[in-house]
Design a binder for this molecule. Sequence first.
Ligand code: KIV
Length: 272
Amino acid sequence: MSTPGKPIKRVTTHTLQEMKERGEKIAMLTAYDFSLARIVDDAEMDIILVGDSASNVMAGHETTLPITLDQMIYHAGSVVRAIKRSLVVVDLPFGSYQGNSKEALNSSIRIMKESGAHAIKLEGGEEVVDSVKRIISAGVPVMGHLGLTPQSIYKFGTYAVRATEKKEAEILLKDAKILEEAGCFALILEKIPASLAKQVAESLTIPVIGIGAGSDLDGQVLVLHDMLGINKDFSPRFIRRYLNLYESIKGAVEHYISDVKAGSFPDENEQY
Ligand code: KIV
């Protein structure tokens, strides 16, 4: 928690590299709006991800595919206006970078210019390496994402654990190396066996952050709405719920409705 009067030291990609070298774990959560991002930042989160999971949790889509670049920029700008400390990373949404490296660069530049974010994230390995290099050469830090990459859900056909077979595990290890060599400052591994994730984290010099990838990594990331228990219908085993906000919010809303119906809100102290 930030202490009043104490100067706030911003987290940078260098801070994260130093954390890996010291063996200090990196904490990362998603946020998509000003009010929650302010709380997450004030709690001293290292990285806030404006994830394309906004497509699911904010807009109610079944997948991450429908969210647009303009919508991601809207969410990212709201988060950036709230933060004082955390590094803000923004997902390049589906369809905004797969065409070619120029498209990827243009989308990244729009995110950086129009939202004020600090870095972008994209999904994929060798197939996106030209884009990674081109974005980084323009001065934009890039975070990679391997394993279960939700933008490819229709290729996978299921949200099951990835890279359980030797061939896919070998490709993942190779892709991780390629992304590091291309200059990514960090890598997300989603829903892969813990033993494989450990092997990746040990073989890379950049921070490797996991979601559903075990504990032997340089850091962890979760979707904010999942760990707060706002989404009660989504409960894969890798989520730890720190609150049951669905029930708390519903209870508060029901209480408000009954107060209004009973005429007990507002009372004499709540009026002019
Ligand atoms: O969009 C997102 O929230 C993500 C995390 C699951 C890593 O990419």
